[in-house]
Design a binder for this molecule. Structure first.
Ligand code: MF3
Ligand code: CO
Ligand code: CO
Length: 273
């Protein structure tokens, strides 16, 4: 059984293991954080071009957050030292910005998490660098659509398994595979909280969705097999078969009658590719 816990501001940072149900103030906080996270990616977009150095993009992410009164949640998180994750081609997630440059034909996920007045906004998008082969472009399209189909399942009374199933069913209909090693997560005053949001599963299973739940949906989809390994640096996750991988992420809240996406792009750049 899942435990649920109605949250007022004071107990929102406790690691209780229960699924937290936030009030109207929580929605207000998440709206502000989510919007800023999305604005940071919007403002970054013109710079995500062939020749861009990923470390320089990360510096820009830091500056864009600071300009908006936000802090990067990833900075110092479990020893991580950057303001974003930039995951190129066969990197599944947690790519560390470095001296490497983006090259024509690459696909790259850029994942940012802001903290604004204690609230977390977590979002990522795929970027196509220059001229990208149709095979890669199609993976990106399907991954975006998979995330949106997952989000469309979110309403009170639905189960998290309905979200998982929608994503898996859609991705696998293209003979792609869904990564099992990383999940979406509850968030709010905490960056990573209950529940775990798996991206493959069965309809009618998992925790019931209730108004006031906040979590991310962030499927990672591979052209090849689902298997992942983490490199020596302790972060970079790659596909074992070196096949291309794509990911999108939104932070959402369960409303009285459906879902609110906190991290929609004010510039309409939700899918810049
Ligand atoms: N933003 C990632 C997520 O979607 C987490 C990154 S943690 C880091 O949950 F330390 F790798 F940055
Ligand atoms: Co996340
Ligand atoms: Co993220």
């Amino acid at each position: 059984m899942n435990e649920y816990q109605t949250i007022t501001s004071a107990d929102a940072v406790a690691r209780t293991g229960a699924i937290k149900l936030y009030d109207a103030d929580g929605f207000e906080g998440m709206r502000r954080a989510g919007r800023i996270a999305a604005e940071v990616l919007d403002a970054l977009t013109p710079h995500v071009v062939p020749g861009a150095v990923t470390e320089e993009l990360d510096d820009r992410v830091f500056a864009l957050m600071r300009e908006r009164g936000a802090l990067p949640a990833t900075l110092g998180y479990r020893g991580y030292t950057k303001s974003s994750c930039i995951s190129v081609n066969h990197i599944v997630c947690h790519g560390i910005p470095s001296a490497k440059t983006l090259r024509d034909g690459d696909i790259a996920n850029i994942d940012v998490t802001v903290i604004v007045d204690g609230w977390h906004g977590d979002t990522s998008r795929m970027f196509c660098i220059g001229d990208v082969p149709i095979k890669a472009r199609k993976l990106v399209d399907v991954t975006y659509e998979a995330m949106m189909r997952g989000i469309a399942e979110v309403r009170p009374g639905a189960r998290l398994g309905d979200v998982s199933h929608a994503i898996q069913h859609f991705a696998e209909s293209f003979r792609y595979s869904v990564v099992r090693d990383f999940c979406g997560h509850g968030l709010g005053r905490l960056f990573h909280d209950a529940p775990e949001v798996v991206h493959a599963g069965r309809r009618g299973t998992g925790p019931e969705l209730r108004p006031g739940m906040f979590f991310t949906i962030e499927p990672m989809i591979n052209i090849g097999r689902a298997d992942v390994k983490v490199l020596e640096d302790g972060w970079t996750a790659v596909t074992r078969d070196r096949s291309l991988s794509a990911q999108f992420e939104h932070s959402v809240g369960v409303t009285e009658d459906g879902v609110e996406i906190f991290t929609l792009s004010p510039a309409g750049l939700d899918k810049p590719c």
